[in-house]
Each structure stands twice: as C-alpha cells, then as structure tokens.
Design a protein around this ligand. Sequence first.
Ligand code: ATP
Ligand code: MG
Length: 160
Amino acid sequence: MKTLTFTTNSYNHTVELGETIAKSLLPGQGILLTGDLGAGKTTIISGICKTLGYTGHVKSPTFVIAWLYEGNHPIYHVDLYRLDDYCELENIGWEEMTDESRIYLVEWADKFELPFTADALKLFLEYGDNPDSRKITVEYNERTYPHLEKDLLEYENNRN
Ligand SMILES: Nc1ncnc2c1ncn2[C@@H]1O[C@H](COP(=O)(O)OP(=O)(O)OP(=O)(O)O)[C@@H](O)[C@H]1O
Ligand SMILES: [Mg+2]
C-alpha cells in the first residue's frame, strides 16, 4: 500500500485533486471516502465525476443512499451515513454496483466492512489549520493504480 498526503487550500483545489485522481479509475474500481461532516467528500467526488464524464449536479445521497450518474461509465455515488450494517446495502444492490462495468464512490465508507472493494482506492479527508484548508490522504495499491503518483505530483507541481 502506498499513501500520499496533500493539503488543499480551497474548494476548487480539492475539486481539481479529485479530477486528477479519477484519471486512474477504471470500470470495476471505486473509491472509499472517510472524513467528518463537511470535510470535503462530496466536493472531491464532484471533481472525480467530472473526469469520468459526468458534469451534472453532485450532492450527498444521504437519504436515498445511492445516486446513479451517467458518465462515460455508470457511476454509483453511495452514502453509508444513515446505514447500520451491510445487509441494507446488499438489499439495494451493492454487488451489482461494484461489477466490472461500473464505478463506485462511497462516502462514510468506514461505517462497516464493504465486500467487493479489494481494488478500491481510499481517501481520508480531515480539516486543516484554517477554514479553507483540508488534509487529504490517498491510500492505494501501486499495482492497481500505476500512474496515480506521477499524475498527482505533476498536478501539485504545476500549481506552484
Ligand atoms: N479546501 C477545501 N476543500 C473542500 N471543501 C472545502 C475546502 N475549504 C472549504 N470547503 C467547504 O467545506 C464544505 C465541504 O462540504 P462537502 O459536502 O464536500 O463535505 P462532505 O464531507 O461531503 O460532508 P457530508 O458528510 O455532510 O456529506 C463545503 O461547504 C466547501 O465549500
Ligand atoms: Mg457529502
């Protein structure tokens, strides 16, 4: 496992980090996001969706549990905030959501153990030193995401 940590200083910076990360995502893969209320999970997902070909509105599916977006591939945006165990997610079709033709993006992914996520990339979002800063840690398998580190470092260098 590899981990990289970035500090973003604005909403747009976090969106762009998401756009960069999504360049590595293939159908059948997905992202598990963890972080407090308002940490920026939905914000980074909006950038991820943009790269995946979906430019419509993105918001937390807190009450409906999952949204389906039509990007270059079907994208499932899932929120576990109101769920207590995997059974509830299984009932709404988690196994299908993670099949090889789709991409899954999950907020509050640490609520319970999620099957079919061995290839997932993980994002941990934390509040930073000021209201507009966030610390974002990316954890992933380098064999599954071979270009990710180069893409992220290139993006960060070009900002400076
Ligand atoms: N650097 C930053 N990155 C991301 N969001 C930021 C940043 N600075 C300020 N913000 C603000 O923080 C909020 C992040 O909200 P967002 O909906 O993305 O959080 P969330 O983690 O999805 O929360 P929830 O658990 O309620 O779904 C937004 O209001 C955004 O404008
Ligand atoms: Mg959210």
